[in-house]
Every structure is written in C-alpha cells, then in structure tokens.
Design a protein around this ligand. Structure first.
Ligand SMILES: [Zn+2]
Length: 200
C-alpha cells in the first residue's frame, strides 16, 4: 500500500466516524470498496443491469463505488430524470449507454473551471469532471455516493448528448453555453437527498 492511499484510508475513516447518524462506521451500508488492480481479474467492471456502463479507478490501489449500489443509483437516476424532465427512460438509457465512469479517492485540480453560476474559477479543486459525452471522472469523497458529484456529471453527459456531442454545458447556469437550467441544479440536490434517504 502506498503512503497516499494509506493516508486517504485514514482520512475516509475519520470522516466516517464524524458522521454517526449515517456514517460508514455505524452500519454496514458503505457504498465504497477498496480496490487493488494486482488482485482484481479486471480493472474495468460493467455495472450490472445497465447498457454497458463501466467503472474503473484512476489508480491501481484506489477506492471505487460498490457495483450493487451503483446499479441502484443509476436506475434511480434514470427513473427520476425521466419523471422530472419528461424524457422516456429508454432514451435516457441510450444516452448513458457505454458510459465510462472513472473514480478515484484522489482529488484533481484543473487550470480552469466554472462554478454552478457560470463564474470562471482558476486552479480549481474539482470533485468531478465530464471529460467527454461518454467519459466522466468522479471523486470518492466519503463512504456514500450522495456526497459525490456522480449525479452532477451524469447531467452533463445527458446535456452533452442532447447538444449533439458538441458540449455538456461546462458553465452550468451561466450564459456562455446552453443546456443547463436551474431545474438541473435543483434536480441534483433533490436526487442526492433521495440517495441519502436510501443510505446510498
Ligand atoms: Zn459541472
């Protein structure tokens, strides 16, 4: 185990202990798993019950979300997004088909990003990135998925596909790019609350 991963493990555990009500230390419902590519048969895993949506970690020794929990979360996402934006579920599945979800416990810094209001931020610490319309990166922040930016990045992917693969509206509610509305921001907040209620 390298030192960074070890420290991260300790940090995650410390965070869990700070959250007794819904924390990972108080129940068995942790939604994350430690992975080590030297002991895994495959580093790229297909999330069951999805159209070839895969998950892999950035590093060999890292953390990823548990496959059964991801299955639940993605199904909930498709159902809720379909309800909220009146899009047929099959259409949403088609847009997410073949999506590659890269995860890591190690955060990233990017030279330039936009906040949710469209304001440009330089040298920003990001918790997730939509790298293309079929590749997202999500930081594993705690033992549960609701604290991560997964839902946020999935919304970027859908908007990216709706914009014919041109862009996923990187400035969110800002005016420079189109697609992202206040409703998307609201949807993500509510969706993450629902994940929290479901111990995910
Ligand atoms: Zn974003």
């Amino acid at each position: 185990m390298n030192r960074v991963t070890h420290i991260l493990g300790i940090m995650l555990l410390a965070f869990c202990l700070l959250l007794p009500a819904n924390g990972c230390a108080s129940n068995n419902s942790s939604s994350i798993k430690k992975v080590d590519c030297t002991t895994l048969r495959s580093v790229k895993l297909v999330i069951p019950g999805t159209p070839n949506i895969t998950m892999r970690t950035t590093r060999c020794v890292d953390y990823m979300f548990a496959l059964d929990k991801m299955k639940k979360v993605i199904h909930m996402f498709v159902e809720d997004y379909s309800d909220k934006f009146s899009i047929d579920e099959t259409e949403i599945w088609a847009m997410l088909s073949g999506l590659e979800i890269e995860v890591s416990a190690i955060p990233r810094i990017v030279k330039s990003a936009f906040d949710v209001n469209g304001k440009r931020v330089k040298d920003a610490h990001v918790t997730g990135l939509a790298l293309s319309d079929s590749h997202i990166w999500v930081e594993v922040k705690t033992s549960q998925i609701w604290t991560s930016s997964l839902a946020h990045e999935l919304v970027h992917v859908i908007i990216w596909k709706q914009n014919a693969g041109i862009h996923g509206d990187p400035d969110h509610e800002g005016d420079m790019f189109s697609g992202w509305k206040k409703e998307h921001t609201k949807f993500i907040k509510q969706f993450n609350r629902d994940l929290f209620d479901n111990d995910l």
